[in-house]
Write a new protein. Sequence first.
Length: 117
Amino acid sequence: VQLQASGGGLVQPGGSLRLSCAASGSGRSANAMGWYRQAPGKQRELVARITSSGVTNYSDSVKGRFTISRGNAKNTVWLQMSSLKPEDTAVYYCKMTGVYAPGIDSWGEGTLVTVSS
């Protein structure tokens, strides 16, 4: 099973980006899906998460600015990011649980988001 994240790049403060992550090589449907990020010198942190039933939760730092969504049929998850701030700069990783085996987490390689003028 491989998770491929894409959509990162350089954006000015106040701009928007849409990240995508798709799993390949699996016949299973993922349970929870999520986006995490890791800024230089910091620990990886949860950004947003969505369950198989569509329940979402967000870190306080992105609430109201980011939206997570999923396409169950294709094991795909998106992260729409708006009103981006320099402190959102980080490598963003997607995670899917259960796409490889029940209860097992699978991670994508990460996509870099840089917010700078």
